[in-house]
Each structure stands twice: as structure tokens, then as C-alpha cells.
Write a protein that binds this ligand. Sequence first.
Ligand SMILES: [Mg+2]
Length: 320
Amino acid sequence: MDLSEEDLLSAIARVLSGAGPEVVVGVGDDAAVVAPGAGQLVLTTDAMVEGTHFSLATTSARDLGHKAIVVNVSDIAAMAASPRFALCALTLSDSVDAAWTIELLGGMREACNEYALWLVGGNLAAGPQVSVAVTVTGEVAPGRAVKRSGARPGDRIVVTGSLGGSAAGLRVAHRGGPLKEGDRPLLEAHFRPVARVGEAAVLSQNEATAMIDVSDGLSLDLSRVCVAAGVGARIRMADIPVAAGATLEEALGGGEDYELLATLPDAEAVTRASVEIKQSFGVALTDIGEIVEGAAVIVTDGASERALEPTGWDHFAAPS
Ligand SMILES: [Mg+2]
């Protein structure tokens, strides 16, 4: 590292300067002090580790900082809560310098501005690999958090936006070479994912019975809802909103799309929510199937149906 820790901390404090009325003591003291909100406190944490979640060769510091905040905000959104505060614990290796670190914090600041939350503190450590661990707190009106376990037989299953774009974007990044037509939105999907905070609020207002953000692929995340609720699901293959340029396999098993998967009590709720989400955010809401009794997650193509394995598309694609 080409700066002392003290110099780096003061540079970071400048990047993160500015605090809202709820921040009583922000970056720079032993701990942050914030005013409690009126609702229930929602907490989540997620770490992005070099070599496992990203590569320094393909990921910019700014995108990494932005994404480290967004993936946590997405989990807050999936509870139908609003993000409030963030903390980050950075481990920096010899492969990065002070400019890289300030860019990383700049990306975090950008995401915090976008989603109206405050980065109130953090920690720096040296280590063999870069790791960006972020904690985000949120707030929800008492009893209004939407859990995974609320899905009931007869509920419609809906998903926001499109799926598979992030996995396809990673494939494009690994391929390298000049960009082809249609590559850019896929790279955006991977490196600049969007947390569906406003969309989650609309789904909650329309009586969403369960909600999860699609971080590990539709197959696995839908199976998590089914296991939590003790129900099964039937989805229609033709209605899965596969991102342009992505494959069905990437949509089902790719992960990191950070779209919302929710269950709604009836078709009228789906119509109301989809109109509102389209009007407010320009984002599609697609009905892909329904919750059923039992435990199996079935995918149908009209003529036949098969079990959708929670590990992804490979099992489904294998000839039986
Ligand atoms: Mg999640």
C-alpha cells in the first residue's frame, strides 16, 4: 500500500463525508451512533471475496464497491424493508493501492446515494486477498416484513425484470475481446446490479405472501421459498423472463440477478402490482406459475413436465 493507514483513513473520511439527520456520530469515531427508526430493525451482511466472488482482473474498484452495497440492499428489499445504514469491513492485499481503495469507497458512496442509506463506519485490515464485507440495516413497519415462509397453495409466482443476464455478463467478461452487439446490458447486469427496493414495496402493498431476491438462480431460490413454506410450485418454462442474450440455463441456475421472486394471492393482485411496477419503475413483473400442495417444484413446457432440481438446470437438461 502506497499510503499510511492514517492517510488512507482520512482520504476515506473525505469520500464518505456528509451525514443525514439520523446519523448522530458517523465515520471517524470508535463506533457510529444513529437514531433508531420508528419501525422494526432489519439486518443483513454479505462479503465479496477476491477469487470467489470477483476477480481484480475483470472487476473495477468502483463497480465492486457499488455491488457490495447493492447485494445487501437487495436482501433488505426482499424483506420489504427500506435500507438505512451500512458498515463495511475491508481487507486489502498488496495487489491494490490507495487510489483503488478510494475508487471502491466511491462506488459504495454512489450506491448509498442511489438507495438513500448512510455508510456510517468501517474497518481496514491487510490480508492475502481483497475482501469487501458489508452490513446493511433497514427498517420495516412492525409486522410488515415479508418472509419466505408465507407462500400458500393457489398463490401466483411472479418475478421482476429478467433472469440470467448477470451470468451471461460474467460469461462475456471471461470471453474478453471486443464487445459484440447486446453485450453491454449483460455486463451491466453483472457488474451493476439493481436492488428492487421500490418494486418490493409495491409487491408488499399488494399482499405478497412470500418474497426472496434471486441471488442464486431461480431454481434454488424458488426451492428455498417452497421449503420454507412447506409447499410445491409449478412454473411454465415459456414464461420465464430470460434476459436477451442469456440462456435458459443461466436464467434458472446462474444467480446474482437480484430480481425479486414473490408470491401473490391471486391474479388480480398480479395485475395491480405489475401495472404499478411498470408505471413507477419501467420494470416488468412476470407471472411464471403457481404455488401448489406438496413439495415438488415442477417446470412444464405444455406437453410434458419435469422436476426442477434446486441445484440448477443441469439435472433438468439431462436426458431421462
Ligand atoms: Mg437474499
